[in-house]
Design a protein around this ligand. Structure first.
Ligand code: AFP
Length: 339
């Protein structure tokens, strides 16, 4: 019998145990973050179950449609948003919530307020639901600034000020990837236990990758550095093999692959969308935070992504993120363009 393997099977590092271990390194900690995270995890489990049942339960219908019982159906992204907002408010640990689904930020009522601000996209990639492609939840967490009423200033801050960031991917398995600022860890939901178990400890992105990931349908509208970069991926000048193209069109799935296999994910600016498509607070920042924590880089075409200061909660930014060396190449092309 292989005792070592057996001990791994029986000594399970759940996400709660992992965060409690981290917490014990900070004796001053009150356990608030652990409580907040357990509510995020609850939201992820709920959405995972709903996504898995979607085809059966007819959850996919348009918001506002009525089902055979005459009840209004909720679209999965609307339902996911409600679940996360309720879970986060009831944690008693949050004061401001920014969701992709809501025009305005939610300011938590005083009796339920805590010290954390959570920015999130409850169900990113939702246009992929109907065909069963992987989708996910993305989140970032800030600590409220001291004193006074919680205001939007608390979330209109650079991504480097985030305390933690992560995503949960609803795919062939349900995987939660988290960074609390000391590296990146991946946890997979064991459905029989209902627990996320540490399956990908200390994720490091390869220094250089063999894959580029971009919506090439937008080529005619790209700027010169992006066009040149993608050309270099296909026709490398140094004699190396061309990179492979992989594009799912669901950021969580494209970034997850990039994190594990290396390479680069691009959503550049183009003539039609000068700020790109992806949202700074709950797409660009959390994914950039994870990339840097895993040893990669994230760049906007102008600056380090995590240095950006958003002016409004739904602001967009171009983004190039992934393996360190691959992002260096696109940075060099933008630097050359500026000269
Ligand atoms: P949806 O939520 O509308 O499916 O958009 C997904 C997304 O925000 C992100 O997850 C993808 O990376 C990106 O858009 C794909 O955009 P394109 O369809 O323009 O390539």
């Amino acid at each position: 019998m292989d005792h070592e393997a057996d001990s791994h099977r029986t000594d399970l590092m759940t996400i709660t145990r992992y965060v409690l271990n981290e917490q014990s390194r900070h004796p001053e900690s009150r356990g608030d973050f652990t409580i907040l995270l357990s509510h995020i995890v609850l939201g992820c489990k709920f959405v995972c179950t709903a996504v898995n049942k979607a085809g059966l339960a007819k959850l996919i219908g348009l918001a506002g449609e009525t089902n055979v019982q005459g009840e209004e159906q909720k679209k999965l992204d609307v339902l996911s948003n409600e679940v996360f907002i309720k879970a986060l408010v009831s944690s008693g640990r949050t004061c401001i919530l920014v969701s992709e689904e809501d025009e305005e930020a939610t300011i938590v009522e005083p009796s339920k307020r805590g010290r954390y601000c959570v920015v999130f996209d409850p169900l990113d990639g939702s246009s992929n639901i109907d065909c069963g492609v992987s989708i996910g939840t993305i989140f970032g967490i800030y600590m409220v600034k001291d004193g006074g009423e919680p205001t939007l200033d608390n979330v209109l801050r650079p991504g480097k000020n985030m305390l933690a960031a992560g995503y949960c991917m609803y795919g062939s398995s349900c995987t939660l990837v988290l960074s609390t600022g000391t590296g990146v860890n991946g946890f997979t939901l064991d459905p029989s236990l209902g627990e996320f178990i540490l399956t990908h400890p200390n994720i490091k992105i390869p220094k250089k990758g063999k894959i580029y990931s971009v919506n090439e349908g937008n080529t005619k509208n790209w700027d010169a550095p992006t066009t040149k970069y993608v050309e270099q991926c296909k026709f490398p000048k140094d004699g190396s093999s061309p990179k492979s193209l992989r594009y799912i069109g669901s950021m969580v799935a494209d970034v997850h692959r990039t994190l594990l296999y290396g390479g680069i994910f691009l959503y550049p600016a183009d003539k039609k969308s000068p700020n790109g498509k992806l949202r700074v607070l709950y797409e660009v920042f959390p994914m950039s935070f994870l990339m840097e924590q895993a040893g990669g880089q994230a760049f906007t075409g102008k600056q380090r992504a995590l240095d950006l200061v958003p002016k409004n909660i739904h602001e967009r930014s171009p983004i190039f993120l992934g393996s360190y060396d691959d992002v260096e190449e696109i940075k060099a092309l933008y630097a050359a363009e500026e000269k």
